[in-house]
Design a protein around this ligand. Structure first.
Ligand code: FAD
Length: 687
């Protein structure tokens, strides 16, 4: 099967025609699923719900902004790239959109192992949006409607279930009739009671040029449904006119010479290797710090206590936290033909004239011009501990939440939740059981579990360190881990499933062929003299063992054993990664099995959780200290205690137990020795 990227987009005019036709066909007043919001969560949710088989309506404020990249023109990165690969493995949109719109591809963290590589691409904003819109328009069972949702329809409460609600549809701001649905997915992003900030002024808005979501909706969540709602903030940098920047004064950063597509279904990206655009790196100067400190009194966004994204801070936060330092600024292209640059690292909210003064303190931007100033946004989010792992509100049947409304930040985190909420919303509507993803099988599982069990105190971003099983949750094997499950729950097409199955079977056959190549180390050394087989290794080694050597490649083995290995050449890189990670994965699998077996392991009641010398977060220590579970199994079931914490606890108890036993034994041995000596002495000494 060929994996060529063959998609062609409708030209813009015919595209608008398609949109209006879809809208003019909006005659139903009842759907299986209604998705509110056409951002990253909403588009994945709507497409996934329709793929599962639900009649779906996507309602969003402006059709033309569906799939818009509100902030940075990029996708993926460390932790986030893993999410993109998993969304793709579940047949989501963003991976393929990234391959279509990418203009600079690179794998971050390449010096580390493939488990923590971060596939990333700089994107052309317009191409990305066009791809997403075109995909939605060609998705069967999916309709789009332009409008702002003002109200959720809530069924009368059952007196026997106080506090339990059931959401039955939506009502638009224009006062039209309600539109009913079995499930509603809310994905309002930064728009829920959103306010925009520049300098000393603030105005209602969800994003520059876009009105906020009505305050009625936020009020409804709080007052009618009784949900706990908090407030967070984020910000974006000014966009700079490219021609006004002297890029020769910044460091040139080239993309990978061979772009690696995000999608399992693509072997190449739309952008040819030689067409890719470079990025540039520059640094802030003491002048930048001076402008920040001198303008703090004119900057009301920064003066507020609302929590912002710690891992994507504004230049003001960076300067205040690390005074005297020079900070990186990446100058990234906004599109293939765009005249603008995105200065990553310069998110700011001071008055526009001061923003201009600030950027001109950076040598390559001495004469730079600002196209649009940076600004901040503050918005309501719903505390996600009120959701189930299916992303349904526990106290409101039929209401699902996904994306920034759950306290996350980033396109990838939003898209991942959107897809899973869409799957579950559709399954509920079609009377199928709700489904969840575990931490052991996916980063999406880690993300959802962190949100629903621990909640958020600041915008949540994905990192590889959040996943305790990251050696098995690799970007290269997302298809093996998730495509079969996606097919089972209904969101993966049979085309993708068949292809994933073919790859899975071929990999299994190839690994069996490698395992069957069991030879003595002496023979391996003569056949492959370039591989430095260590003396300490067993006297026989399999082909999989050989592939673990740093200087070994599948191609080398296949050149000697071509009869059995040459059919698998297309998987050479994946087989190398499988071989390298096999011992780690086997070990972590055994660890988990051991923990499951040791459910009844006793946890000492006098244990001081705050001083345990193991890696446990403050929250986990507090929960364990408060509840004092009597067994490991009881600790596993505590809300907020992560599997990583359980592994640490288990290892600690095991080691201390062993130590205690050893100390106990050595004391016993010493006593016995003394007694024996005494006996001997007594025996030899005359009575
Ligand atoms: P959004 O992409 O915000 O989409 C929400 C959608 O819902 C919009 O289409 C909106 O029109 C629609 N909508 C809202 N209310 C209604 C309603 N009542 N009825 C109908 N439609 C409605 N992320 C980072 O990772 N790093 C950053 O530095 C960063 N900075 C940001 C700065 C700014 C100024 C903004 C606006 C966002 C920033 N983001 C950043 C966040 C990033 O854009 C989001 O994480 C991501 O877009 C969230 O996706 P989402 O689908 O949840 O919501």
């Amino acid at each position: 099967m060929s994996h060529m990227l063959t998609k062609t987009l409708p030209p813009v005019q015919s595209f608008l025609l398609l949109v209006s036709r879809r809208i003019s066909h909006l005659t139903r007043q009842q759907y299986d699923v209604i998705v509110v919001g056409g951002g990253h969560a909403g588009t994945e949710a709507a497409a996934a719900a329709a793929r599962v088989g639900a009649e779906t309506l996507l309602v969003t404020q402006k059709i033309q902004t569906v799939g818009a990249l509100s902030c940075n023109p990029s996708l993926g990165g460390v932790g986030k790239g893993q999410l993109v690969k998993e969304i793709d493995a579940l047949d989501g949109l963003c991976g393929r959109a990234g391959d279509w719109a990418g203009i600079h591809f690179s794998i971050l963290n390449r010096r580390k192992g493939p488990a923590v590589w971060g596939p990333r691409a700089q994107l052309d904003r317009q191409r990305y949006r066009e791809f997403i819109q075109s995909e939605l328009l060609s998705t069967p069972r999916l309709m789009m409607l332009e409008g702002s949702v003002e109200e959720l329809m809530v069924a009368e409460q059952n007196p026997e279930e106080p506090g339990q609600h059931r959401v039955t549809g939506i009502r638009l701001a224009n006062g039209s009739h309600p539109i009913l649905a079995s499930s509603v997915v809310l994905t309002t992003g930064t728009f829920l009671s959103g306010s925009l900030f520049v300098g000393q002024t603030s105005s209602p808005g969800g994003r520059i040029g876009d009105a906020p979501s009505s305050t009625g909706l936020s009020q409804m969540l709080r007052e009618r449904l009784g949900l706990k709602v908090g407030r967070l903030r984020t910000g974006t940098p000014p966009r700079i006119v490219k021609d006004s920047v002297d890029l020769s004064l910044a460091q040139l950063h080239l993309p990978d010479s061979h772009p690696t597509p995000f999608s399992f279904m693509n072997t190449q990206t739309r952008c040819k290797p030689e067409e890719q655009l470079p990025c540039h790196l520059t640094y802030t100067t003491p002048g930048v710090e001076r402008v920040v400190t001198e303008t703090l009194h004119l900057n009301c966004h920064i003066q507020q206590d609302t929590k912002g994204p710690r891992y994507c801070p504004s230049i003001e936060s960076r300067v205040l936290r690390f005074p005297g330092r020079s900070h990186q600024v990446w100058l990234e292209p906004e599109g293939m033909t765009s005249d603008l640059l995105y200065p990553q690292g310069l998110s700011m909210t001071m008055p526009p004239d001061m923003q201009l003064r600030l950027i001109r303190e950076i040598p390559c931007m001495h004469r730079a011009e600002i196209y649009t100033p940076g600004y901040g946004v503050q918005y309501d989010f719903v505390c996600p501990t009120q959701l189930s792992p299916a992303l349904q509100v526990k106290s409101a049947q039929g209401l699902f939440l996904a994306g920034q409304i759950n306290g996350t930040t980033g396109y990838e985190e939003a898209a991942a939740q959107g897809l899973w909420a869409g799957v579950n919303a559709a399954r509920r509507a079609l009377s199928m059981p709700l489904v969840s993803l575990s931490r052991t099988e996916s980063y999406i599982g880690v993300l959802i579990d962190d949100l629903v069990s621990r909640g958020v105190t600041e915008p949540y971003r994905m990192f590889t360190s959040r996943a305790e099983f990251r050696t098995s949750l690799r970007p290269d094997n997302a298809d093996l881990r998730l495509t079969p499950k996606g097919f089972e729950v209904g969101c993966v097409s049979s085309l993708r499933y068949q292809e994933a199955l073919r790859v899975k079977n071929s990999l299994q056959d190839a690994m069996a062929a490698l395992e069957a190549l069991t030879l003595s180390t002496t023979i391996w050394r003569t056949k492959l003299p370039h591989i430095h087989v260590s003396e300490s290794k067993n006297s026989t080694l399999t082909g999989m063992d050989m592939l673990q050597y740093k200087d070994a490649s599948f191609e080398m083995l296949a050149s000697v054993f071509s009869d059995c290995l040459s059919p698998y050449m297309e998987f050479s890189q994946r087989l190398k990664i499988e071989a390298v990670y096999k011992p780690h994965c086997d070990l972590s699998k055994k660890e988990m099995e051991r923990i499951q077996k040791e459910e009844n392991m006793f946890l000492p009641q006098d244990i001081d959780y705050f001083s345990l010398p193991v890696s446990l977060s403050k929250e986990v220590r507090e929960i364990l200290d408060k509840v004092r579970p009597s067994t490991l199994g009881a600790a596993t079931r505590l809300e907020g205690v992560t599997p990583a914490a359980i592994v640490s606890l288990f290892n600690y108890i095991q080691i201390t137990d062993r130590k205690e036993r050893i100390t106990h034994r050595s004391q016993q041995d010493k006593n016995q020795e003394k007694e024996e000596k005494l006996c001997v002495n007594n025996a030899v000494l005359p009575h």
